[in-house]
Design a protein around this ligand. Structure first.
Ligand SMILES: Cc1cc2nc3c(=O)[nH]c(=O)nc-3n(C[C@H](O)[C@H](O)[C@H](O)COP(=O)(O)O)c2cc1C
Length: 241
């Protein structure tokens, strides 16, 4: 699921495609890219009637959501590829997620101070294919990913449960994409290909491989210089989109 409004020109797609190649080269996968920005998705009307339907489906059936929902249910691996927007997910992705809220267990009044709360309903998907893996593969401009992805972690820990997903971040992406040069982009591709390979061969992503993929390619000082130069000349360029 590609959530960048840039679609094929998305920087996040660079590590995403490499990760998918690693999967394809080491496992028997049929893959598909879905560009969310091109879908017809009517925003949620807020009725929550989906939670009352046995299959959790929305009452609106005349846009692309029923088709996408079925793909999300049937896939062995779902990768949400998205740029960080204001320390959150892009609006296009949020609009789609709201429409498939019936895929998470309904809220039944549980309290979050229950010590076992992450294993209780509301945390985790219903109608999910057995053994399905959900990967959040995101890119951002900042280097301090622990800080800038804290809201995303919190949000998805509550929605999917801790361990209900894997988050992989390509930091420094904006300037890397436009100014990093092919050699560095190939280093990034190589790292993410290895990540996909590990998932295909072991069925999981180790902390070591996630750290390896996430290791910044620029030193802090070199990156700062590049960002300042890039931002200052952003308006001169025609390749920003
Ligand atoms: C509206 C907007 C908000 C952004 N907010 C953040 C942010 O909060 N933190 C960050 O590190 N980068 C932020 N960025 C930068 C993007 O996350 C970054 O350039 C990303 O690599 C773009 O990926 P894409 O080419 O796949 O769209 C923002 C970009 C835009 C357009």
């Amino acid at each position: 699921m590609v959530a960048s409004p840039k679609c094929e020109r998305s920087g996040t797609l660079i590590p995403t495609k490499a990760f998918v190649e690693g999967l394809e080269q080491n496992g028997n996968y049929e893959t598909e890219y879905v560009y969310i920005d091109r879908l017809n998705v009517t925003p949620c009307r807020g009725c929550l009637s989906c939670w009352g339907r046995p299959d959790g489906s929305c009452f609106m059936k005349d846009d692309d959501v029923p088709m996408i929902r079925q793909k999300l249910i049937d896939s062995d691996i779902v990768i949400w590829s998205f740029p960080l927007f204001l320390f959150s997910i892009p609006g296009q992705m949020k609009v789609l997620m709201d429409r498939i809220v019936g895929m998470v267990h309904p809220y039944m009044g549980q309290k979050l101070d229950d010590p076992d709360y992450l294993n209780k309903p509301m945390h985790g998907l219903q109608f999910q294919k057995e053994g399905q893996k959900i990967i959040l593969l995101s890119s951002c401009a900042w280097t301090d990913i622990d800080v800038v992805y804290e809201p995303i972690r919190k949000q998805f820990d509550i929605i999917l449960g801790e361990g209900g997903y894997d988050l992989i971040v390509a930091s420094q992406m904006r300037a890397l994409h436009h100014r990093g040069g092919e050699r560095r982009l190939n280093m990034l591709r190589d790292k993410f290909r290895k990540g996909g390979a590990e998932l295909a061969t072991t069925g999981a992503l180790s902390k070591e491989i996630v750290d390896y993929m996430q290791k910044p390619l620029f030193s802090d000082a070199a990156y700062r210089e590049l960002v300042v130069q890039f931002v200052t000349h952003m308006f001169d360029r025609d390749d920003n989109f």
